[in-house]
Design a protein. Sequence first.
Length: 394
Amino acid sequence: MPRLSQRAAALQESAIRKLDLTIARQTDVRFHRLNIGQPDVPTPEPLLDAIAAWRPKVVAYGPASGTMACREAAADYSRRWCPSLRAEDVAITTGGSEALLFAFTAICDPGDEILVPEPYYTNYNGFATVAGASIRPIPTRIEDGFALPDDDALDRYVTPRTRAFLFSNPGNPTGAVYPIEEVRRILAWASRRGLFVIADEVYRRIWYDAPPPSALEVDEHQDVVVVVDSLSKTWSACGLRLGMLMSRNAALMEKVERLGQARLGPQPLAQAVGEVAFSLPEHWYEDVRSTYRGRMDALVKGLSGVDGVRAVRPAGAFYLMLDLPVDDAEAFARFLVTDFRHEGESVAVAPGPGFYADPSSGRSQVRLAAVTAEEQLVRAAELLGRAVEAWRGR
Ligand SMILES: Cc1ncc(COP(=O)(O)O)c(C=O)c1O
């Protein structure tokens, strides 16, 4: 058998996807699927209309960093909070995922490290592995709202191999929102240390208390800033695979263009839809926000009646990290899928350890995604309470 690469061997299997395969095999039960971030909010009509209207003579390649029309529309959208952003500062990518992969590849040499507040979005590990780099976690705690450490504490994580600080704002899975002063502090710190800051802002339009800032809003230190955004969550268009990487560092953007050339252009249909998405009026985002607010309120209220469950109400995104009276969240998540049933229903959750570099962490935590209707979320919270009791009484 020919040998496979060590990088491929190092790729982790997603705990969430693994559970999904088991879910697909259960035929006796209706699951409330709160384990993945796939919203059921309908994709906006104008986007669906754009898909239906797209009828080119030839489905051709396009420019490596995206069509000028789509880059211009994305820049125009982002100028709502960053007036000086130009189309040249935007590269269109195949989802936020590719933007992250491009950022890692452009910034890191094999063996380099990227600092990430933990718990964090699991796929960062995979992108780092493919780029030959690794994630170095900076622990944050549910008890203090996943606050970031101060500069001195951050300094202790920096090694000669550190190249970037990556954070998701709002956070997946934490729902934490870092305000503008905090973003400013991180940019100043990173700039002093000669590091890039990759701000993953794919959930930025979904918030509950105060709007999360974009790292593009800070005028200083823009040469270290890379912002990732995506149509997946805000516009409920996960399957379209349209994302963007934005930076005012021209040298970095040139390398991103080269990476784009190596895979040829991003998908042209997705870009035509993107143009429409970026021109939706602000009230559309208000509607999305109020949908998620209603859901999060329902979920938090439902869980408040469940004995032993600790939940931090998120400030943004549509996830909720829970601390449960269980000592093995992966076994508990499997138990929900394969054993626990109440009136023919159960709940699918994402086990906490998947969001930590060391899977012995987060063993009492699970992540819920508020991606179904309010009544269903209330029911799911009730089922989760019953499941915790059943787990204790095994
Ligand atoms: C924090 C975060 N970043 C990036 C992504 C990637 O999204 P996409 O590739 O669909 O744009 C996700 C998807 O769940 C995410 O949660």
